[in-house]
Design a protein around this ligand. Sequence first.
Ligand code: SAM
Length: 396
Amino acid sequence: MSERVTTRPQKAETRPTKGLAPDRSAVRGLGLRIRQWRNALLGSPEFRSRIQRFPATKWLANKKANALFRLTAGFVHSQVLAACVKLRVFDHLRDRSLKTAELAERCDLPEARMRLLLEQAARLGLVRQAETDGWILDDAGVVVATDPGIAAMIAHHDMLYQDLADPATLLRAPETDTQLKRFWAYARNEKPGAIDPDRAASYSGLMQASQSMLADCILAAHDFGHYKSIMDVGGGDGTFLATAAAAHPHLALHLFELPPVAELARRNLSAKPLGARSELHSGDFAADPIPATADCVCLIRILCDHDDARALAILNNLHRSLAPGTRVMIAEAMAGPSEGAQLAAVYFSLYFLAMGSGRCRTDTAIKGLLVQAGFGRPHTVATPNPLLATLVFAER
Ligand SMILES: C[S@@+](CC[C@H](N)C(=O)[O-])C[C@H]1O[C@@H](n2cnc3c(N)ncnc32)[C@H](O)[C@@H]1O
């Protein structure tokens, strides 16, 4: 399998080259003046009214107005989706079509309200009207119905939705108490080893549900068949290891986690049954020695949870612990120029603000942290879905 290694630097991080800097700044200055002139035009209600009426520009004016309204009403769209998940509309319509009245009965809603919800869900591409007053799933609805990870993510957005209810206060006072800070118990816990097992089980359940789509994306982008053994650091309940093990039956499996989550992984992997192929280690990945037993060490959705100082402490600890030649893979949603990466960056930047720690970084920023910790040969590998993850590899 060939990896798509990308070397293109992220736009925002391009440094001006000596000698070329004055030309670039002149071009930038001209670009800025053109943008200011354009903004002044657009800011005029008369100009907007003219382009809305002029036949050659009407389509563009409508496109821009629709885009702005989509943004303005995005929270309503999310709530239509959330209502469908909570009322199990997608489950009810899975593999069958149903009449409004049948769905109303299953969802315990008056028929008129059921129809109101279904009509909006149809407008958002979640369901389709199949016959008079009868409904089937549309493409996005099929995906939500068949991927429990997506439904679980949507359901847990109840917390994020409440945390973002007053975004200006959250931005001014990030220390504000939020639901996500309580949910992700380790994020601000000074003593990671002291995490309550019930809290660990509830965030691990969400991670487990959303891991299958991520594992597919990572395994499609990189061939783990080259390795004899892999170690998943902060590997949750072992779902990624189990998926990798199914694709590569020779792999020996190692997992390093906080004690209550390592125990969940032990149970999960023994049930698969992968107990004989796995070794579980528990501790704090920023402070305790990580066993140097694997030739590839994975950090999936780990660095993004932490601010730079702590992300660096984790990488420094890995560098201290691992044997020379060990490969390290960072896999998480990264900011970048693609549409998926842009969407991920907006989402996770506000998510981590509510969670009280973490950053959605570019691949360049992650490579910078790896180099700072002493790792060599950092490189980026694109995945089929940058909305979910991009990979960065480096060598101890
Ligand atoms: C966002 S979850 C990612 C889990 C898994 N890698 C995945 O992608 O599904 C972060 C994981 O890091 C673990 N973790 C957090 N702090 C840790 C620490 N100090 N030492 C070891 N593991 C830790 C958590 O228990 C949690 O399972």
